[in-house]
Ligand binder design. Structure first.
Ligand SMILES: [Mg+2]
Length: 243
């Protein structure tokens, strides 16, 4: 992997979590944090003067619990909630999915043991990795609730997951928001992600003169490859600092 900053490049790093920093697990609550990852993120943060962010589909509180004690700038729920470097959380406060939808999806989850329903403040995610054959029935249910021309909600696919999400909020908006803040401001955004929802982040980074790195194309070994690339990046940045 030769994708590293040239001398003088000042990167701001935007990292997706699941499938990018962490290996995917059978269920989202079963992910594990590899030994040394938090220390690596801390070193990168120091080398980048804090210009590092985690941009996840998970709620911020969940990302905090997974990456503790590391506190990151970044975004949860695909950008619906953005944590600025000051620690302040800003949100466009999208309307939550209707309670009737939440109840229908919960009922579907109860009827099909193995699928995991995640009720987020702005969205509903349904993970079906343990029950792949359920996808057509799941999709039929979600499509019956969310019309394709809905002004407020859209259906969005991820790894063995379908999600009802607020329309017009995406990881690209999170990148643009954070790039307005010190220490991100004036740097080159580099977005690394492995999923459909990350494509907005990659495109936003490229539109700002930066780089979108698609894990699916650049790292055949997935998150393990990303982590070893980050370790190489860390070594290069610290060599520059000490040069
Ligand atoms: Mg991912």
């Amino acid at each position: 992997m030769d994708l590293l900053p040239r001398p003088g490049d000042r990167w701001a790093l935007f990292l997706d979590l699941d499938g990018t920093l962490l290996d995917l697990a059978p269920r989202p609550d079963l992910v594990t944090v590899p030994h040394g990852l938090i220390a690596l993120l801390n070193r990168l943060s120091e080398a980048l003067d804090g210009a590092i962010a985690v941009v996840s589909g998970r709620p911020l509180g969940e990302v905090d619990a997974i990456l503790q004690p590391w506190r990151f700038s970044g975004a949860g729920e695909h950008g619906a909630f953005c944590r600025l470097p000051t620690g302040a959380v800003v949100s466009s406060e999208p309307a939550p999915p209707p309670a009737a939808w939440r109840a229908r999806v919960d009922r579907f989850g109860a009827e099909h043991p193995g699928i995991v329903v995640e009720q987020k403040s702005s969205a509903i995610a349904v993970h079906y990795r343990a029950l792949p054959e359920i996808e057509p029935a799941l999709l039929a249910l979600l499509q019956s609730m969310v019309p394709p021309d809905s002004a407020h909600f859209a259906l969005s696919p991820a790894h063995m997951c379908w999600e009802v999400r607020p329309r017009g909020i995406d990881k690209g908006a999170a990148v643009r928001r954070l790039m307005r803040e010190m220490p991100f401001l004036g740097r080159t955004p580099v977005f690394v992600g492995d999923d459909v929802t990350d494509e907005d982040g990659m495109r936003a980074a490229e539109a700002l003169g930066g780089i979108g790195i698609d894990v699916r194309q650049r790292f055949p070994t997935g998150a393990a490859g990303v982590r070893s690339w980050l370790a190489t990046l860390d070594r290069q940045l610290s060599a520059q600092v000490h040069a």
